[in-house]
Design a protein around this ligand. Structure first.
Ligand SMILES: Nc1ncnc2c1ncn2[C@@H]1O[C@H](COP(=O)(O)OP(=O)(O)OP(=O)(O)O)[C@@H](O)[C@H]1O
Ligand SMILES: [Mg+2]
Length: 441
């Protein structure tokens, strides 16, 4: 899913662009400009603002200190390590550009070559450049096991072309999005899902609370959670990250950018960005982890396209709750832990942003849920589901229960069809099509 750039207030955007402090010299000579910035104390809409308190150093100031840890690559070097950006080496594509696998020599020249991911900006616009620079600056400053490591960068302002590239440690197991939603991958086991949720929560808590400056990530979603060899999660993509508000301010005012389905409604409505915007997005991803469904899915029945609206019909304390769980999990999960996580997600999704928990509170709640899971809460959905389907009364006194049941029936039927399709030989596949046709009539 790609980012949106939704500009609420054009005049504000124009102001923000004018005040952007962070554009390196775009001279027309060939060279590698460094992503340093002019310093200013004014919060702006630039890629990296200096919105934090005067007593704290800003990201650009911290970047100056850490910049020497990054390797600066020439375009030719990167062309060589990716075999001229060969399609065979392409491992991903996003809104920023294409991502290629390659190997580089260690900085000290000794030892084996290191596998890396090279992200190449394919749009030359100001927005792409600003995101590239934000990413370089934030990732140079942050350091945490759950944040992807930036190895270096390349920036070339040539006669004819402008090149912007980023070189990261390679994350061999693709993204959480791939594993949750792409049926070509084996089911992500329950415990792995919990560890991923905890890991990314710790990463975001570090951004919010563990640095000299507060960092708002702003684009939290399953595709930005990359997985290492052992399925440990690392957050990538800091192109939209922002410094938090200056002391005495409650929010940063900014153009609204992010991804549909994940951005907090208060942020979309007002352009007021806070760390609680990230907490909302985390709540969305928690529900994606539980259900195996995307936050927005156009090809679902109408009442199920928006994940948050759909799950609302199955509250965590209700007997119907188990129906939201990813059918691919079978009964291999702790029901009690799942309920706890859904409650936690609900608290992250409270409309009033100030009532959402902090990310360190989220981390604690997840640790407790994991403990519940390990000490063996009730397992699996089967009994709940059977009771639910056979029950003719609305046990929770909730409205829409008939609708919910009908939609659940339809969901399970579709899941069944999906399974058939996956396992089917040619005959099976024909049967699947017939059944679908039967359903339409
Ligand atoms: N460090 C990395 N190691 C391995 N694969 C990576 C790495 N960074 C990115 N990728 C791959 O490239 C894909 C595209 O990443 P990218 O962040 O550009 O786009 P996206 O997250 O899918 O979408 P968006 O542009 O909205 O953020 C990822 O989903 C992942 O599969
Ligand atoms: Mg991304």
């Amino acid at each position: 899913m790609q980012c949106f750039y939704y500009f609420k207030d054009k005049s504000r955007v124009a102001r923000e662009r004018k005040s952007a402090p962070a554009i390196p010299n775009r001279s027309r000579s060939e060279g590698s400009p460094s992503p340093t910035t002019k310093k200013t104390n004014k919060s702006s809409g630039s890629a990296v603002s200096t919105g934090s308190s005067l007593s704290h150093r800003s990201i650009p100031a911290l970047f100056e200190e850490k910049a020497q840890n990054l390797q600066v690559f020439t375009f030719n070097e990167l062309r060589n390590v990716t075999d001229n950006f060969s399609q065979l080496n392409k491992i991903g594509e996003g809104g920023f550009g294409s991502v290629y696998k390659g190997y580089i020599r260690p900085r000290n020249g000794r030892g084996d070559r290191i596998p890396v991911a090279v992200k190449k900006l394919n749009q030359n616009g100001l927005q792409g450049h600003k995101q590239w620079m934000a990413e370089v600056q934030f990732l140079a400053v942050v350091e945490h096991p759950n944040l992807v490591k930036l190895i270096g960068y390349c920036a070339v302002d040539g006669e004819r072309t402008i090149q912007r590239l980023l070189i990261y440690e390679l994350m061999p197991n693709k993204s959480l999005e791939d594993h949750l939603f792409n049926r070509a991958y084996p089911t992500l086991p329950w415990n792995t899902r919990l560890n991923i949720a905890l890991g990314v929560a710790q990463g975001i808590a570090y951004l919010h609370e563990g640095l000299e400056v507060q960092v708002i990530y702003r684009d939290f979603k399953a595709s930005n959670v990359l997985l290492d060899n052992d399925f440990n999660p690392k957050l990538s993509d800091f192109g939209l990250a922002r410094e938090g508000p200056a002391d005495g301010h409650t929010h940063v005012s900014t153009a609204v950018v992010g991804t549909y389905g994940y951005a907090a409604p208060d942020y979309i409505e007002t352009g007021h960005l806070t760390i609680k915007s990230d907490v909302w997005s985390f709540g969305v991803v928690l529900y994606e982890i539980l259900t195996g469904r995307r936050s927005l899915e156009k090809n679902r029945p109408r009442g199920e396209q928006k994940l948050l609206e759909w799950v609302r019909q199955f509250p965590p304390d209700s007997r119907r709750f188990s129906m939201i769980m990813d059918p691919r999990l079978g009964n291999q999960y702790s029901m009690e832990a799942a309920r706890r996580i859904a409650k936690l997600a609900d608290s992250c999704l409270i409309k009033q942003s100030k009532n959402r928990p902090s990310m360190s509170e989220v981390v604690e709640a997840l640790k407790q849920a994991i403990q519940t899971s390990e000490t063996g809460g009730t397992t699996g959905p089967t009994t709940d589901m059977i009771e639910e389907v056979s029950s003719s009364t609305d046990l929770d006194g909730e409205r829409n229960s008939d609708d919910a049941r009908a939609s659940e029936y339809s969901r399970r039927r579709m899941a069944h069809l999906e399974k058939l399709r996956e396992n089917a030989d040619a005959t099976g596949r024909r049967r699947f099509m017939l059944m679908q046709r039967a359903k339409v009539q």
